[in-house]
Ligand binder design. Structure first.
Ligand SMILES: [Zn+2]
Length: 341
């Protein structure tokens, strides 16, 4: 791959960047996946390298039409194409997810935190990823789940059995929506089940695991129970404030109030990037194609001593938030127009 010598402000050129409207429209995905299953296998895959642009483009089609493009359906179900070698993003933060959904392992000598559980066939391989990186999954003390959609919470059942010592955490509304979403899947081929409620997260709550200090932000919008997390990521000992936005897309919108909540949450997160005392500089996303993480990861591999860290990109994060807000403002107009009066 031909890598730029200097780090671009955004890992994708403007024409290829996923737009706010194109980012993540996946609530109906669970149902649509089933419909896309088993279709012609002999076609060229969407991408064999997990490139952000084609994935984002097809999620936009899916979001706009409500129908899963067959290419995308096949891509999401291909374990071979979803496989991502786990990698070290920071001294204490590792990517252990698949191509289209992230899972982040934050490590400490006295226990680890996992953000998101993946789902179905991908959760066991995530545990293998963790072992491959030299960590014992049994040292995970906290599993933080961003929200109740299957791709983030579906693996909790598997993890609960594999990690008897871990606590599982979501917001109260997150637990409710996960249970509801799992119940709704009962008649579908890709049904999933949810674990019983464990730890309930609240806004501002700080969890300490070893020397990991992780703060929860309730950021309703993508779903009303969505949580986002702030934590420290170290690079050669230098501290950066990292943030995982728990939900990025407007694919599960049930009315204008939810879009209003989304906009308020995005504005709130943006203020954190401008916090004069401790600004968020790094977005460790829940979906790599939403901000070109896959491409930035290649820059990370090619990084030379003294180079800036390609994932420390406050400007890129603000641009992404601004695009999300602009898309949501358009959506709000459409949602308000739908409302009977
Ligand atoms: Zn979701």
């Amino acid at each position: 791959m031909n890598l730029p010598a200097r780090r671009p402000r955004h890992p994708l050129p403007p024409a290829q960047r996923p737009s706010a409207r194109s980012t993540l429209k996946m609530a109906a995905l669970a149902g649509a996946l089933a419909g896309a299953a088993g279709q012609a296998a002999a076609q060229d895959p969407l991408t064999t390298r997990c490139e952000s642009a084609p994935i984002a483009a097809l999620f936009k089609v899916f979001g706009d039409t409500g129908r899963m493009p067959p290419d995308l359906g096949r891509f999401l179900q291909s374990a071979a194409l979803q496989k991502i070698e786990p990698y070290k993003a920071f001294d204490n933060v590792y990517y252990v997810g698949i191509c289209w959904v992230s899972a982040w392992l934050i490590t400490s000598p006295s226990g680890h935190v996992l953000i998101d559980a993946l789902y179905g066939p991908y959760t066991e391989p995530m545990l293998d990823n963790i072992r491959k990186l030299g960590f014992d999954p049994k040292d995970i003390r906290q599993v933080m789940m961003t929200h109740g959609h299957f791709d983030h919470a579906g693996g909790a059942v598997t993890l609960k059995a594999a990690l008897p010592g871990a606590r599982f955490a979501m917001t109260a509304e997150g637990w409710r929506e996960a249970a509801e979403s799992a119940a709704e899947s009962a008649s579908r081929p890709n049904r999933w089940t949810m674990i019983d409620k464990d730890m309930v997260l609240t806004d501002g709550q700080v969890l300490q695991v070893g020397d990991i200090r992780l703060q929860t932000f309730e950021t309703p919008g993508h779903t009303m129970g969505t949580a986002s997390f702030s934590f420290d990521a170290f690079d050669g000992g230098r501290r950066h404030r990292a943030f995982t936005v728990g939900g990025l897309g407007l694919n599960a919108i049930k009315g204008p109030e939810q879009v209003e909540a989304f906009i308020a949450s995005i504005k709130r997160i943006r203020t954190l990037t401008e916090d004069p005392k401790d600004p968020v500089t790094t977005h460790l996303t829940t979906h790599a194609f939403s901000n070109g993480l896959t491409e930035a990861k290649e820059l990370l591999k090619a990084r030379k001593p003294g180079d800036a860290h390609p994932l420390v990109d406050p400007r890129g994060f603000r641009e992404q938030l601004d695009a999300l807000q602009a898309g949501a403002e358009q959506r709000l107009v459409a949602e308000r127009a739908k409302k009977p009066n």
